[in-house]
Ligand binder design. Structure first.
Ligand code: F3S
Length: 411
C-alpha cells in the first residue's frame, strides 16, 4: 500500500502515539481490503459514544488516545450519546451513568472532535458534498451520505472512524471507488409511498430482499421523497438490508450517472403493508406505554409538526422527542420547545431511544421508525407499534383502554 511521506511519518510515530495507533488501524484495514493508497477525508462521523455500549474498556481506550496526543485533523462529529447532556435527570438517567457519559464526551472533546451527538450530522453542520471522500460510522448516516448526498464512505466502525479523524485519511477501497458504486439489480416500486413510516416499511421490504446479496440496488417508481422520508428509508434499508448505498431514479444524484441493471423484482403496496404489520403485530393487546419520534434524529420541520399537533394538549404517555442539540436550539428559539414541553412531552437531545440505557423500562413503544422497531425489540426488549408520524403523536395523547373497555392512565 502506497503511503505519502506524511502518512509514513504518522506510522513511524513522529506525530505521537495516538496518531501512530490510528495509522496502524487504517493501514491494517487498507491491506485487508486491498487499498492502493489512502484518500484525504473532509468529514468524519464517529460512532461508539454511548457509555451504555462502550463500557469502561471503551472509555479507557478513548481516554488513552486523548492523553497520547490524539487530535482531529478533519471535521468530526459524534453519534448519539446515552443521554441528553443537559436534561438527563428528566429522562430517568442515573447520576453514575451521567458522570461516565460525560467522561466519554470529555475525551472526545480533548481530541478536538465536535461533541454534537447525532445520527443526522448532515442536519447539524457536517454535510459533505457530492464526490467527497469521508469516513462515517452510523449505518443510516452512511447510507444517506453515499446515496442522497453522493459523498463516498464505507461503513466505518467506531475505531476506524476515529482513526480517520486523527489522521485525516481513510483507505481507498469499497464505496470510495466508482466500480463499487454501480447498482447490481433494479427494484421497481409500484404505488404511491408517502410518509416516514411508509418509507421505513419500504426500506424493510427492499432490505430483506437484498440482505444476502450485499449489493447496491437501483430503485425505480418513487415519484418524490422529502428529506425526512429519505432519512427514514436510509435507516431502514441499512438496518434490514445492510445497504450502504442505493440509487433512486429521479431522486438521488448518481442515479442519472449509473447504468440501471435489468429489473429484478417489484415491491408493491402488499409488501409495504406486510412490512408495516410485521413491525406492529408483536404488540398484541398490550397498551403502548412509551412513544418516541426521532429515529433518525428529527429535523426542525418534524419538530414544528409535533408542536402544531401538541399545542394546548396534554400527553398521557412517556413521549421522547430525539434530535440533535443544534436542532433543539432552533426549536427553542422558535417556541416549539415551550409548546412541546408544556404538553408534557420530553426532549431527548443528544441521544435516542436505542442508545439510552432504558432496557426493561417500558413494554410497548409506538414510533414511526422501522429502524427503531428493530432495535427496540432486539436491544431493549420492547414490543413495537409502527404508525404514521401524526398518529404516533396522537398515540401519546390517547388514554389506553383497559381490558374492561374503560379508559385508564398507563402512567
Ligand atoms: Fe439514530 Fe438512534 Fe435511530 S442513532 S438512527 S436515532 S437508533
Amino acid at each position: 500500500m502506497h503511503l505519502t511521506v506524511e502518512e509514513q511519518s504518522m506510522l513511524a510515530g513522529e506525530h505521537g502515539r495516538a496518531t501512530q495507533k490510528a495509522m496502524q488501524i487504517l493501514t491494517a484495514l487498507g491491506k485487508i481490503y486491498g487499498a492502493e493508497r489512502m484518500a484525504p477525508v473532509s468529514s468524519v462521523q464517529v460512532a461508539g459514544v454511548s457509555y451504555d455500549n462502550l463500557g469502561e474498556a471503551g472509555l479507557q481506550f478513548l481516554d488513552e488516545m486523548a492523553s497520547a496526543g490524539g487530535r482531529a485533523r478533519a471535521l468530526a462529529t459524534l453519534n448519539p450519546a446515552g443521554m441528553d447532556v443537559e436534561n438527563w435527570q428528566a429522562l430517568g438517567i442515573s447520576p453514575d451513568f451521567a458522570a461516565n457519559q460525560q467522561r466519554v464526551l470529555e475525551a472526545f472533546k480533548r481530541m478536538g472532535v465536535i461533541t454534537t451527538c447525532t445520527c443526522t450530522p448532515y442536519l447539524a453542520g457536517n454535510a459533505p458534498h457530492f464526490g467527497e471522500h469521508i469516513a462515517w460510522a452510523e449505518s443510516s448516516a452512511v447510507c444517506y451520505a453515499n446515496s442522497v448526498l453522493g459523498a463516498r464512505t464505507n461503513r466505518e466502525g467506531g475505531p476506524s472512524a476515529l482513526a480517520a479523524a486523527l489522521t485525516g485519511v481513510t483507505p481507498l477501497y469499497g464505496y470510495h471507488l466508482d466500480a463499487m458504486r454501480q447498482p447490481q439489480f433494479t427494484v421497481q416500486v409500484s404505488g404511491k409511498v408517502q410518509g416516514s413510516s411508509a418509507f421505513g416499511a419500504l426500506g424493510k421490504a427492499i432490505g430483506e430482499q437484498i440482505s444476502s446479496r450485499k449489493t447496491v440496488p437501483y430503485i425505480r417508481g418513487i415519484e418524490s421523497a422529502t428529506l425526512e422520508e429519505l432519512k427514514s428509508f436510509c435507516a431502514s434499508l441499512a438496518t434490514y438490508g445492510g445497504a450502504a448505498l442505493f440509487h433512486m431514479e429521479g431522486i438521488t444524484p448518481e442515479a442519472a450517472i449509473v447504468q440501471p441493471p435489468p429489473e429484478d423484482f417489484t415491491v408493491g403496496q402488499a409488501q409495504i403493508e406486510a412490512a408495516q404489520t410485521d413491525m406492529t403485530d408483536a404488540a398484541g393487546d398490550e397498551p403502548v406505554d412509551f412513544v418516541s419520534l426521532g429515529c433518525p434524529h428529527l429535523s426542525i420541520q418534524e419538530i414544528a409538526r409535533i408542536a402544531g399537533l401538541l399545542r394546548g394538549r396534554q400527553v398521557v404517555k412517556e413521549f421522547w422527542i430525539t434530535t440533535a442539540r443544534p436542532t433543539k436550539q432552533i426549536a427553542d428559539r422558535m417556541g416549539y420547545t415551550q409548546v412541546i414541553e408544556a404538553a408534557g412531552a420530553k426532549f431527548a437531545a443528544d441521544t435516542c431511544c436505542v442508545v439510552a440505557p432504558i432496557q426493561g423500562r417500558f413494554k410497548v413503544m409506538a414510533t414511526d421508525s422501522a429502524k427503531a422497531c428493530y432495535y427496540a425489540a432486539s436491544k431493549n426488549r420492547f414490543k413495537t407499534v409502527l404508525k404514521p408520524f401524526d398518529e404516533v403523536v396522537l398515540e401519546a395523547l390517547r388514554e389506553n383502554i383497559n381490558h374492561e373497555g374503560h379508559e385508564g392512565d398507563t402512567k
